[in-house]
Design a protein around this ligand. Structure first.
Ligand code: MG
Length: 379
């Protein structure tokens, strides 16, 4: 039983403002087309892949297709998707008896979805994949609701759709002869009166349709990185507080708040990653409310602010630069404090201490500095 795959990649990208074919746009460092191509090419029951594309994209598509071990043919599509798929069917080798038709603009298709459809198809000859709709669907004409459909029977249809080759070829030919058009291949088989089985796809198996889809995908893919740096002067008559830990020492850090240089660097890193300015913007040192403030409390407010923007902390890496006092024994307490304020496990908080080998203001114990790097994750 030979299985062929048709990747429909001849779309005009109209909803992306035309121009470059969307399946050639980059996603996670590879063209969108390469994602599903890789997934299908690595399934051992797939013997052949036909990519249907446009004349102007042919060279690019051929270059991408040449990187796969499995046989990949590139053929030109027609004016509409239905015609393109039919041309793809014609291009399959004669001994291919099963066909999977997939929109190349669905890069997130998984082996599990394909295998599920393939399993079902061997018995039922025509299989679609889809997901139950979560929105209520209404029929609207001229801005007025005509009907509200019963949601519990509605599925949003995805690809791949899998067929016995003779069945889908006949359906396409009949539809062509009688001028019937549909937006997916299952509909042609249904129109011919043959039952189509629906198996579960995945809500993540989305079709990249608009620029906003891509931007959203990019946005969710990359965490945001932030860096914070702070320095405070060491003076007598002040308590030394680092990451919320009181450290007995003859000197303490000078500042409007408790001058917790570590908490300040971490706060700035979080705000920087979130694009929300710096702690000076949020807690000005001219504001009497912050006189002697507990800077770890301010950090908690910063974390809360990031959360309001849909951002959570991924991890923190903090370096405190101090010639004296020795800080190593306070490390675990600092870690626990920071983890609690950042709402992450302690394992995701790194703290390092360094002297400056006696050099500069740190070496002369005139001050303490801190560098912090954080990752923020969209949730
Ligand atoms: Mg500061």
């Amino acid at each position: 039983m030979k299985v062929g795959v048709i990747l429909a990649a001849a779309g005009s990208s109209r909803r992306m403002g035309g121009g470059k074919n969307k399946v050639l746009r980059m996603l996670e460092g590879r063209p969108i087309l390469a994602h599903s191509l890789t997934t299908f090419a690595t399934l051992d029951f797939v013997k052949e892949i036909v990519v249907v594309t446009r004349l102007e994209d042919r060279q690019d598509v051929e270059r991408i297709a040449s990187q796969y071990g499995v046989s990949v043919k590139v053929v030109l599509g027609g004016r509409e998707r239905q015609e393109s798929v039919y041309l793809g069917l014609q291009a399959l080798s004669p001994d291919v008896s099963w066909v999977m038709i997939h929109d190349a603009a669905r890069p997130y298709v998984t082996r599990e979805i394909i295998e599920r459809a393939w399993q079902a198809c061997q018995e039922r000859k025509a299989v679609g994949v889809g997901v139950p709709v979560t929105d209520t669907i209404k029929v609207v004409e001229k801005g007025v609701v005509q009907q509200t459909l019963r949601r519990d029977t509605l599925w949003a249809v995805q690809t791949p759709q899998v067929f016995a080759r003779d069945l889908i070829t006949t359906a396409h030919e009949r539809a062509m002869a009688e001028g019937f058009t549909a937006t997916d291949d299952c509909a042609l088989v249904e129109w011919c009166g043959h039952p189509v089985v629906m198996v579960e796809g995945d809500y993540r198996n989305i079709k990249i349709t608009t620029e906003a889809d891509l931007e959203e995908e990019y946005a969710s893919m990359f965490p945001l990185i932030g860096h914070g740096y702070d320095v405070h002067r060491l003076v007598s008559g002040r308590r030394l507080i680092l990451a919320g830990v009181h450290i007995p020492y003859e000197l303490g850090l000078l500042g409007h708040s408790d001058a917790d240089v570590a908490a300040h660097a971490v706060s700035d890193a979080v705000l920087g990653a979130a694009g929300l300015g710096d702690i000076g913007d949020h807690f000005p040192d001219t504001d009497p409310r912050y006189e002697g403030a507990d800077s770890m409390k301010l950090l908690q407010q910063v974390v809360e602010l990031a959360a309001e923007h849909g951002l959570q902390i991924g991890n923190l890496d903090l370096t405190i630069m101090a010639q004296r006092p020795k800080l190593a024994s306070y490390k675990e307490k600092m870690r626990a404090n920071l983890a609690a304020s950042l709402r992450i496990p302690a394992e995701r908080v790194g703290i390092k201490f360094t002297t400056s080998e006696g050099l500069g203001f740190i070496g002369r114990s005139e001050g303490i500095a801190a560098h912090a790097v954080v990752l923020l994750i969209r949730v």
